[in-house]
Design a protein around this ligand. Structure first.
Ligand code: P6P
Length: 361
């Protein structure tokens, strides 16, 4: 990874960087480029609201719940509407899907459609926003695959291997946007004084060896034997007694992921057998895991559901859940080894869920 932004280094805005990336795609129409611009602009708007939430009266919760039964925060709604309204009229998308909505989001009939599908988690970790802890936005872009004008679930339920772009914004001490189009991973920091995302982290590569692991120890009693053995390996208790990794867990996956991407580390949210018919954990395949899996693989890392590569999963449901191990490749692969060795019952139950046929539309 090149040195982050140093005084005197070249000044590159995200708009110029995206344009430069487009030059690598001969014949690119510019639609894809403008779609990434639009996501950067949405990130600026959400950052502006998030960093002054307490002053703007947008803290707190609604009396609404999303499709996961989670109470929606005012900022969840604001971020969700900002991204939708930024993209519904641009003729670049055939459909959208948001973590906050049960169903596919159609492009309003009064607007034209385009050849891309946008999936997004508008404000990941939003339960933290009222206590001023970093939160984030996650997005992923697929190319339309069906013939009709309007997007269908078939256009959305594609494996992560097909993604054309993915990115996230993290709203923390500074606001950053990190994205990939399959040409490496690049990080930009928002200069709020001029409203520009400036290139600060070109060509991000996840460092070795990993420094951190991120997991919710409060769930440990539910974890399978293999996952607990993995945890003890990470802590240097099990195995060759290597140097323990430090534990860092924010409760906002984007923030945990971002730190681990820059410093080296693994985030994991495993499945368990607490409810044998729900062995899949909490993370969402389409709105969180696919995007971060594409990014981490582009940065030299790896994302697994504990059995195999997240990017190879054929989704069967818009709100499909996955166990998630995300970070340095060798460190994530060790999780797969512990699970293969010790968690055969869990693996069978999870694969029965994962390998379901796509729910007919
Ligand atoms: P828990 C936020 O809801 C989220 O999806 C991730 O951002 C975060 O890492 C995780 O859930 C926290 O879940 O069960 O540890 O509170």
């Amino acid at each position: 990874m090149n040195e982050p932004y140093q005084a005197g280094s070249t000044l590159v805005t995200i708009e110029r960087h995206i344009l430069d990336q487009q030059k690598k795609f001969p014949g690119a129409s510019g639609e894809f480029t403008r779609l990434l611009y639009d996501m950067a602009l949405a990130g600026k708007i959400i950052a502006h609201a998030t960093t002054r939430a307490g002053l703007a009266g947008v803290l707190g919760s609604t009396n609404l719940q999303n499709s996961y039964g989670e109470t929606q925060k005012n900022l969840d709604i604001f971020a969700d509407q900002t991204i939708f309204r930024m993209n519904d009229h641009t003729n670049r998308l055939c459909a959208m899907a948001s973590e906050e909505h049960e169903e596919l989001l159609d492009i309003p009939p009064r607007f034209g459609t385009g050849k891309y599908v946008l999936l997004y988690d508008p404000l990941d970790g939003s339960s933290n926003v009222d206590v001023n802890v970093s939160v984030g936005t996650i997005f992923a872009i697929h190319r339309k695959t069906t013939d009709g004008e309007r997007g269908t679930l078939e256009d959305v339920l594609q494996p992560g291997r097909n993604l054309v772009a993915a990115g996230y914004m993290t709203y923390g001490p500074s606001t950053m946007m990190v994205y990939t189009t399959g040409q490496g991973v690049h990080g930009f920091t928002l200069d709020p004084g001029i409203g520009e995302f400036l290139l600060t982290h070109p060509d991000i590569s996840i460092p070795e060896p990993p420094k951190y692991y991120s997991a919710n120890h409060g769930q440990e009693k539910y974890w399978t034997h293999g996952v607990r053995r993995y945890l003890h390996w990470l802590q240097g208790i099990d195995g060759e007694g290597h140097t323990p990794l430090s534990h860092r867990y924010i409760g906002s996956m984007v923030a945990d992921f971002h730190r681990n991407l820059l410093e080296g580390g693994v985030f994991f949210y495993p499945g368990d057998m607490r409810q044998p018919d729900k062995p899949y954990g909490k993370m969402r395949l389409m709105f969180e895991a696919q995007a971060l899996a594409f990014i981490v693989e582009q940065a030299g890392g790896y994302a697994s559901d504990g059995v195999s590569n997240i990017l190879d999963i054929q989704p069967h449901n818009l709100h499909q859940r996955v166990p998630l191990f995300l970070g340095n490749r060798a460190t994530v692969e060790i999780a797969e080894q512990f699970i293969e060795q010790h968690d055969r019952d869990w693996t069978a139950a999870y694969l029965a869920y994962r390998n379901q046929q796509q729910i007919p539309v």
